[in-house]
Design a protein around this ligand. Structure first.
Ligand code: SF4
Length: 199
């Protein structure tokens, strides 16, 4: 588990995460972030239905190698979690609302960190922004029109495309990942996680 002695410097960010809807937020060392090529490989095989759908998903992101390179210039990060009841996470509509909130919290923390002077801060979340925020549009504007993202205040890349091991990330923050269960008797709550590199 990380030494959280630096979190006092970012207490405003941690409080903001809770106000935005997170159920917990911690500062971790960037060296605690574990990247595994095979996890990013799962986006392509078996291929996710959102593979290639947005500029924030593989194969349009820099992947594990790009993330390893990026990490070299960051020392710390905020990890936050969001918990939702299993039936919500298995519902076709409500689960998208929860992932939308996850992305919005990540983006909100990134923008707040930038305002605090951490101008290179970058946020990562989960799921695909095309489905979450651009479902009414046929295609991603960045990929297909060479334009700007329609949702710069909310859409962020998914951690999956970079091979970030979310379970280990949660452990670094002192939490355990709860996987939502579909059948009665399985876990009644599932945990989602987001990450903001601070720098
Ligand atoms: S335009 Fe839409 S699909 Fe493309 S990156 Fe932005 S939110 Fe995602």
């Amino acid at each position: 588990m990380s030494d959280h002695k630096e979190s006092g410097n970012f207490s405003e960010l941690l409080e903001l995460a809770l106000r935005l809807g997170a159920s917990g937020a911690r500062v971790v060392s960037s060296s605690d972030i574990c990247i595994q090529d095979e996890l990013a490989g799962l986006c392509a095989k078996p291929q996710c239905e959102n593979f290639g759908a947005s500029a924030n998903c593989p194969p349009h992101v820099s992947g594990p190698d790009g993330f390893r390179e990026l990490l070299k210039v960051y020392d710390q990060a905020v990890v936050f979690k969001l918990e939702a009841p299993s039936p919500v996470l298995f519902s076709p509509v409500e689960r998208l609302e929860v992932f939308g909130l996850l992305q919005e919290i990540a983006a909100g923390l990134e923008l707040a960190a930038v305002k605090m002077g951490q101008t290179r801060s970058k946020a990562f979340a989960g799921n695909c922004c095309k489905v979450l925020f651009c479902n009414d549009h046929p295609r991603c504007r960045v990929l297909h029109e060479g334009g700007k993202c329609r949702n710069p205040l909310s859409a962020r890349p998914s951690m999956s495309g970079f091979g970030i091991n979310v379970s280990k990330l949660m452990e670094s923050a002192g939490w355990s990942l709860k996987k939502a269960g579909e059948k009665s008797g399985e876990t009644s709550v599932g945990t989602l996680c987001g990450l903001v590199l601070l720098g």
